[in-house]
Design a protein around this ligand. Structure first.
Ligand code: 15L
Length: 263
């Protein structure tokens, strides 16, 4: 198993905080970073450095000696192009340059919004067309392509997790399909770190939800990961919680597809 320190970007976000707890409890040595201060008490074996992803030299220094970079940093919702550009595009380049220098593996928090304009009636495999539903989703597609470039040109390994909806609980009907429980995500990240080799592949980030008919084949077998939790127990209370918007209900990306929609 890879026992070198793990660098986690976006450590102060909801997923970063959850992963910090889970990985620290397993005894991993963690270098945490975010543009925002870390809001929790630091667990043993973790060090936090405040950093803007635009700071390439700072990121290179932080990554020194790390075996894995968990890249959860950057803008995590739909925003205007200029706001996405720095953290999600330039920042991503800095992450991959650091990984290349260290020979580190990258685990990239990609998103369902990189393929958000696929219709919900389809079942798509990981090698489907990118159909981003906004500038945020476009930056995630770009991230996956960046990872492929660094794999083919430099041998940098990547797992791209196309996360559905990672929240403590599902909150609407769409999430009965897209929900990824925190424990399922933590177990997936553990496998991404511990697997002997991962190559370069995509994993759909959703729990074992009966309504998850949208996403098919991916690289999970290489990692030895299967989700264990399910949104199905919430179906009774959430099945009727629809958006009321035909565009949101038609496409996998839901409400993100409707933002600035003018077709
Ligand atoms: C995402 O990529 C977002 O980061 C998250 O806030 C949710 O909106 C999620 O997708 C989703 O599609 O539910």
């Amino acid at each position: 198993m890879n026992v070198k320190p793990i660098l986690l970007t976006g450590a102060s976000g909801n997923l970063g905080r959850m992963l910090t707890k889970a990985l620290a409890a397993e005894g991993f040595s963690l270098r945490l970073t975010d543009i925002a201060p870390f809001p929790d008490p630091l667990p043993a074996g973790a060090k936090f450095t405040r950093l803007d992803l635009n700071d390439g030299v700072g990121l290179l220094r932080l990554a020194e000696g790390c075996g894995t970079i968990l890249h959860f940093g950057g803008v995590s919702v739909e925003r205007p192009f200029e706001e996405v550009l720095g953290p999600n595009i330039r920042g991503l380049y800095h992450v991959y340059e650091a990984a290349r220098r260290e020979g580190a593996r990258v685990v990239f928090a990609s998103s369902n919004h990189s393929i958000g304009f696929h219709e919900r009636t389809e079942t798509i495999d990981a090698d489907c067309d990118f159909l981003p539903d906004g500038f945020y989703g476009l930056s995630k597609a770009y991230g996956e392509l960046m990872g492929r470039l660094y794999w083919h040109k430099h041998g940098v390994e990547s797992v791209f997790i196309r996360i559905g909806s990672a929240f403590p609980e599902p909150v609407d009907a769409r999430m009965l399909a897209t929900w990824l429980s925190f424990p399922d995500l933590a177990r997936l990240i553990h496998r991404c770190v511990a697997a002997e080799t991962v190559g370069c592949g995509v994993v759909w980030g959703a729990s074992k939800n009966e309504r998850m008919t949208w996403w098919g084949k991916d690289a999970r077998a290489t990692l030895g990961w299967e989700p264990q939790d399910s949104a199905d127990t919430f179906a009774g209370q959430l099945a009727g919680k629809l958006s009321g918007d035909p565009v949101a209900e038609r496409y996998m990306g839901g409400g993100f597809c409707t933002i600035d929609y003018s077709r």
